[in-house]
Design a binder for this molecule. Structure first.
Ligand code: NAP
Length: 432
């Protein structure tokens, strides 16, 4: 290790807020760098790490979850500490972290849902997809939600991979899901589900759909599911035809044409694609959604072409809208670039943020207040504010219990979904 002339003769002390892919890839990039001695404390609101890999990735996509092996190595690194069950903004504040650490990286993801802004959106039976995803993945906050699966038709609004996940989970034979780590409460509800048709609704056309090829193709292989696409909905207007130059779009269209050419087989369940249609109102009966009023759309190009929200690549944090750059604070992952890309995208994103942090560390002024030099300062604070905080060893004990429970049932793991039960199992030191 070499220290720059101005750098403190001690490790650079970094707090990472969020133990999802972005936070853990950032911790990894920081401790592996060759220029600075860095120690990283990772804070997480749940007692469990992995973020979206645990609470977002679909239970029938176990291979994607293999990345947790990388994250486990990060959590075991001697320069990395994990502090779970610690709520940022409540148990520890921004002021605490900027006082105790040289740098803080926020990796808290995209926490809010986009609302549709239409009448009836808050009726029973209308849900943000994220709630449904967190529910079937056993995220503690959503474990007590109850989904209305007694209707025969469900409408999933959106043409992205989350919409695909939701449609697939609704249509997959529950006995197939029973071999995954889907939350037990969701499995039970899906076993009782009466949903026979899922309509996947895109407000734009098939050339603008955001699905990736593999995910779209997987929908066509579901046992007991007819896939229905009206061929006329695949006709492209002039502006869309140029989008087909993109390989992903061309392949998606090929797959959709193949679906459109399929004969239906009277399969017990059905997936119907609809394009260029938006929900404009949810209509109620008995307080719940009974029908959805749709409006047909056409594509229109704005003067400056269609604009999509895109990250600038600048990862530093603005103190307030239009505000000054906040020295020593950074953003990484979805909070930095919006909800885009796959889990692995966060590796490059984290490497970029870590590089900026290390670049800035070269110019870090020597701290005179003392707090940031003391690795135990955070332990004292946590013991006082949230004595129930957990460590990587505690998580490991819960991990072992979940894996063992899964093994006895022929599943990859059985998730514990209550925080109190998680903490009890962690404290039992290996029992369970
Ligand atoms: P996304 O890819 O941005 O798709 C969002 C979809 O919702 C778009 O089709 C969008 O339409 C539509 N939409 C948004 N607001 C709407 C409204 N008011 N009315 C109608 N439609 C609306 O986002 P996502 O599906 O949430 O996924 C987030 C990220 O996670 C993506 O990068 C995705 O690939 C990734 N992910 C990956 C996997 C996987 O690899 N298996 C699984 C899940 C998620 P417009 O295009 O017209 O805006």
């Amino acid at each position: 290790m070499t220290d720059s002339p101005d750098s403190p003769a001690r490790p650079l002390r970094v707090a990472v807020v969020g133990a999802g892919p972005a936070g853990l890839f950032a911790a990894d990039a920081l401790v592996k760098n060759k220029s600075f001695d860095v120690s990283v404390d990772v804070f997480e609101r749940w007692p469990t790490p992995y973020g979206l890999v645990r609470e977002g990735v679909a239970p029938d996509h176990q291979s994607i979850k293999g990345v947790t092996r990388v994250f486990d190595r990060v959590l075991q690194h001697p320069a990395v500490r994990f502090f779970g069950n610690v709520r940022f903004g409540e148990d520890v504040t921004r002021e605490d972290l900027t006082r105790i650490y040289d740098q803080v990286a926020y990796a808290v993801g995209a926490q809010t849902d986009r609302r549709m802004g239409i009448p009836g959106e808050d009726l029973g039976g209308s849900w943000p997809a994220t709630d449904f995803v967190r529910w079937y993945n056993g995220q503690p906050e959503c474990a007590d939600l109850s989904f209305e699966l007694s209707a025969e038709r469900a409408i999933v609004v959106g043409n992205g991979n989350v919409a695909v996940d939701v449609a697939r989970i609704l249509l997959t034979d529950p006995e197939v899901l029973a071999r995954t780590d889907i939350a037990d409460h969701a499995l039970e509800a899906l076993r009782q589900s009466r949903v026979r048709e899922v309509v996947l609704l895109g407000r734009r056309g098939p050339a603008q759909a955001k699905f990736t090829n593999v995910e779209l193709k997987e929908l066509g292989r579901l046992d007991g599911v007819d896939v229905v696409v009206a061929p006329e909905e695949l006709e492209l207007d002039y502006a869309s035809a140029s989008a087909v130059e993109e390989k992903r779009v061309a392949r998606n269209l090929e797959i959709l044409h193949e679906y459109a050419a399929r004969e239906t087989t009277d399969a017990p369940r059905r997936l119907t694609f609809r394009f260029l249609a938006s929900p404009v109102e949810l209509l109620a009966s008995d307080g719940g959604v009974a029908a959805v009023r749709l409006e047909k759309n056409q594509l229109a190009q704005s003067d400056d072409g269609y604009l999509v929200a895109k990250g600038t690549g600048e990862g530093r944090v603005l103190a307030a809208p239009e505000g000054e750059l906040a020295a020593g604070e950074y953003a990484v992952g979805w909070i930095k670039r919006g909800p885009s890309g796959v889990i692995g995208t966060n590796k490059a994103c984290a490497a970029e943020t870590a590089a900026r942090m290390l670049e800035d560390a070269e110019r870090l002024p020597a701290r005179s207040d003392g707090a940031s030099t003391d690795p135990d300062a955070i332990l004292a604070l946590l013991s006082e504010r949230c004595p129930d905080y957990v460590t990587a060893d505690d998580w490991r004990r819960l991990d072992e219990v979940e894996l063992a429970r899964g093994e006895s049932g022929g599943r990859p793991r059985v998730k514990v979904v209550r925080v109190n039960e998680m903490l009890d199992l962690m404290r039992k030191r290996g029992e369970g």
